[in-house]
Design a protein around this ligand. Structure first.
Ligand SMILES: [Zn+2]
Length: 644
């Protein structure tokens, strides 16, 4: 039932029969990104209307975000008009994303202007347009039924990357600038088709023998950064070939990876049916150090074109963006994508097999030591997804976060190795993908929903097993420990040793997105930021027993001031933790809060502890098999050494 503002209801209900807004006429929208460097996007929108009250909405629940992140609070400068004369409008009293406009008789189209304040995803040299920032469409109408004709205006000399099809085809690398008009589509598809634009723009065609066509469009703040290195392009070609083999279907007319490389425009990874919006720091793909933390980004978002966009959990799909999404099956949507995104990063050569295992060890150990798992199931992290993203790190291990990503990775590794074992290596999760992700054969962009029953049915088609019980035990029930069965069955075991893995050293010494500094989580049971602030304390760990608290600042350890430099901090803790092994005395710390300084004794003698996977000689090496390329394209790994 549409929510109508009181002032319009009586008049409307007398004057008009109850019919929905018109509209086989398309909405026409021109997005103007020329002021992106000033943090403002503009839109000029022509909206088909009928006489009387019309209601228009901006998107609230954004697919892929699984949260109400539509930026209604940043939309400003709203003017509705007819022939240049302003029309009065009123925001809905309850649904703050909705505008009500009274339209005079005889008027079939009104104009809307609006601006959006864009604090992220734009810089002096590039801009990312997510259409929910500018879209207006008739309320309470299925968005797949609303036609829209989009255009985009960008600064002169900027290139444009998008999965939208231009009315006048052009070579993207010519950087058209100005206004580009795109073929009519639906509001559902437009919201799913972001645009990147930038001065330093490159488009590369990928794996040309694979149909339909694949491209990567790149913009960057640094002039040379968007011109991806041949080693990266080789891995991306491999990625397209490997996904083609693994999923054996596609659900797009063409696919555009959209990549922004910027310290200003922020990180991003958002899936779409025919494209993905990927953002990393500057130089994110320029050297091995950055690449370690970014290697799985593109393969993860690409996988979502099948798992998430085409196959969508039934309650996660809504016919318009004003209805809440239900997260219960996110351990499939995100979890299986996390698994395959990482597997593909190894198969395409962005990670070496060793790096794949090192990264898996880091996420498996984090889950195994996540204390909140004694009160909260993985299922609950999925259901509560919309309130678990981001937030403070304070006691976050006790709260749990969006663990359905990594829990899902372990769960699907478990399932993959189990299928291989049950079928004597004749089948694998790839067979399941061919059924589950390939239903209906090749299609254009399309959403086909599923539920848990279908998932179980399709797995049983691969191999008979009690899959209902398999999921119930791992997802719905409280499990004090992480599911390490896939690792074990895969021929490895998770152990803790006194030296970090080579990959963790790269991360700890400041590589990629994950920051630098010592890893004290499995030893002292706390995380510290560069400035010594304790960001989290592991519930039940040594720091917890010593009553240390998140937010306190570590000033000194064993009489030695905490150095400012992350590498020096690593060295200090190496020395202190090693010395404590042969001592029975507690460690002495000085910590500060806002106003006070205190002395803390911390009783810990087990030395440094870092997670790694080691080969377990007793089992078959399914894990090595899983990350072996399915195509013969990958011949040499790795792509870039860390110190380049
Ligand atoms: Zn994802």
């Amino acid at each position: 039932m549409p929510k109508l503002s009181l002032r319009f209801v009586p008049l409307l209900s007398l004057a008009l029969p109850a019919f929905a807004a018109p509209a086989q006429q398309p909405i026409r929208i021109t997005a103007d990104l020329t002021e992106a460097p000033r943090k403002l996007y503009h839109a000029e929108i022509d909206l088909p209307v009928h006489a009387g009250e019309n209601s228009f909405t901006t998107p609230e629940w954004i697919p892929g975000n699984h949260r109400p992140t539509g930026p209604a609070e940043d939309i400003t400068g709203v003017v509705f008009s007819v022939d240049g004369k302003p029309l009065q409008w009123r925001r809905d009293d309850v649904d703050l994303y909705e505008f009500h406009v009274e339209v005079p008789k005889g008027v079939s189209t009104i104009h809307a202007h609006l601006d959006c304040i864009v604090l992220a995803r734009a810089s002096d040299k590039l801009a990312v347009l997510e259409w929910e920032k500018l879209l207006l469409y008739p309320s309470h109408t299925p968005v797949k039924e609303i036609p829209v004709q989009p255009s985009v205006t960008v600064p002169k000399g900027w290139g444009i990357g998008t999965a939208l099809t231009p009315v006048q085809p052009f070579d993207a690398n010519t950087k058209p600038g100005g206004t580009v008009q795109y073929q009519p589509t639906t509001v559902e598809q437009l919201q799913d088709s972001p645009v990147i634009a930038g001065e330093y723009f490159h488009e590369f065609a990928l794996a040309p023998e694979i149909k339909p066509a694949h491209f990567i469009d790149v913009v960057s703040d640094r002039p040379d950064d968007s011109n991806l290195r041949p080693e990266i392009l080789r891995s991306l070609n491999n990625l397209v070939r490997e996904a083609d083999k693994a999923y054996a279907s596609h659900h797009y007319n063409h696919y555009n990876f959209l990549l922004t490389l910027s310290d200003v425009a922020g990180g991003e990874g958002l899936e779409h049916g025919q494209s993905s919006d990927n953002g990393t720091e500057e130089l994110g793909f320029a050297n091995g150090k950055h690449l370690l933390g970014n290697a799985e980004l593109l393969s993860h978002e690409f996988t979502h074109s099948w798992n998430g966009k085409y196959r969508r959990p039934d309650k996660l799909y809504q016919t318009d963006f004003s209805k809440p999404e239900v997260g219960e099956l996110l351990w499939v949507y995100e979890g299986m994508t996390q698994y395959m995104g990482n597997v593909l990063a190894a198969r395409d050569g962005m990670w070496t097999p060793q790096q794949y295992r090192d990264m898996l060890a880091l996420s498996a150990s984090q889950l195994d030591y996540k204390s909140g798992r004694i009160w909260r199931s993985t299922d609950d992290t999925a259901i509560a997804a919309s309130i678990l993203r981001g937030g403070s790190p304070v006691w976050s291990n006790w709260k749990r976060g969006q663990d359905y990503y990594q829990e899902g990775e372990l769960l699907w590794l478990d399932a993959d190795t189990l299928i291989r074992q049950l079928t004597n290596d004749q089948k694998s999760l790839t067979d399941f993908f061919h059924i589950f992700l390939g239903k209906g054969g090749n299609t254009g962009p399309l959403i086909v929903t599923y539920n848990r029953e279908e998932l179980i049915r399709d797995l049983n088609e691969v191999v008979k097993y009690d899959w209902a019980d398999f999921f119930h035990k791992r997802v719905d029930l409280i499990n004090p420990h992480a599911d390490l069965d896939g690792i074990t069955r895969g021929g490895y075991k998770l152990v803790y040793q006194d030296r970090p893995s080579a990959s963790e050293i790269t991360l700890l010494t400041g590589g990629g997105r994950r920051g630098g500094g010592p890893d004290l989580w499995y030893s002292l049971g706390m995380r510290i930021a560069k400035d010594g602030t304790i960001t989290d304390v592991r519930w039940g760990g040594p720091a917890d027993k010593a009553k240390l608290a998140p937010g306190q600042r570590l000033i000194a350890v064993e009489g030695r001031a905490l150095p400012a430099d992350g590498d020096d901090q690593i060295l200090l803790f190496h020395e202190v933790l090693t010395a404590a092994k042969s001592s029975t005395q507690p460690m002495h710390l000085i910590v500060g809060s806002e106003s006070y300084v205190s002395l803390v004794d911390l009783d810990y003698h087990d030395g440094e502890r870092y997670p790694v996977l080691v080969r377990d000689g007793s089992g078959k090496d399914y894990m090595d098999e899983i990350i072996t390329p399915l195509t013969r394209a990958v011949t040499a790994m790795p792509v870039l050494s860390p110190d380049k």
